[in-house]
Write a protein that binds this ligand. Structure first.
Ligand code: GAR
Length: 193
């Protein structure tokens, strides 16, 4: 039986689209649901256009209460019998308890060569530090922000003319290739366990 994947987004969902498209008939996993914590995330319509069920957990009503947010999230994940969670531009930190429940089954993509530049504004910080290289990392999610074991990375050179916009475009292109590759390997190994 194929493994059901939840893709969690907060924004444009370009990584989500690539993950969905990669899960073809021969893939060991399928996109079960796309979940957004932002009702106006552009990715929601993209998922719907691709025929994938979507769910919104409105963050504003749960700002002061992460427990309620995650209780709703867990209900949805159970309903869709989710086996793998892919964070794809999901800009909310999951609690230690939540991560523990899905231990070893949550992936995240981060736009830096981890362990460098965890957190936000990665490209601006890499440029400010005169880095020669940038890139992206797919890692397992643990309770430490962007700190779980790295599964794979993609590295590119930073040109002298690069700015935040050009660098983020170049890195995003790499993300779109890397994340589906890692998901395929991860799902294949999980299925064969
Ligand atoms: C991507 O660059 C992703 O790596 C980054 O947000 C962007 C989402 O783009 N994620 C993080 O910074 C998480 N810490 P997308 O919505 O078009 O996939």
């Amino acid at each position: 039986m194929k493994l059901s994947v939840a893709i969690l987004i907060s924004g444009s969902g370009s990584n989500m689209v690539q993950l969905i498209k990669s899960m073809d008939n021969n893939h060991p996993a399928y996109p079960g649901v796309v979940i957004s914590n932002k009702p106006d995330a552009a990715g929601i319509k993209k998922a719907q256009d691709l025929g994938i069920p979507t769910e919104i957990i409105c963050e504003n009503s749960h700002k002061s209460n992460g427990l309620v947010f995650e209780r709703k999230l867990r209900k949805i994940l159970n309903r869709y019998e989710i086996k793998i969670i892919c964070l794809a531009g999901f800009m909310r930190i999951l609690s230690k308890d939540f991560v523990e429940i899905f231990k070893g089954r949550i992936l995240n993509i981060h736009p830096s060569l981890l362990p460098k530049y965890k957190g936000l504004n990665t490209h601006a910080r890499a440029l400010a530090s005169n880095e020669q290289f940038a890139g992206c990392s797919v890692h397992l999610v643990t309770s430490e922000l962007d700190g779980g074991p790295v599964l794979a990375q993609s590295k590119i050179s930073i040109d002298k003319t690069d700015n935040v916009e050009s660098l983020s475009t170049k890195v995003l292109k790499e993300e779109h290739v890397l994340y589906p590759k890692v998901l395929l390997k991860f799902a294949t190994e999980l299925k064969n366990l």
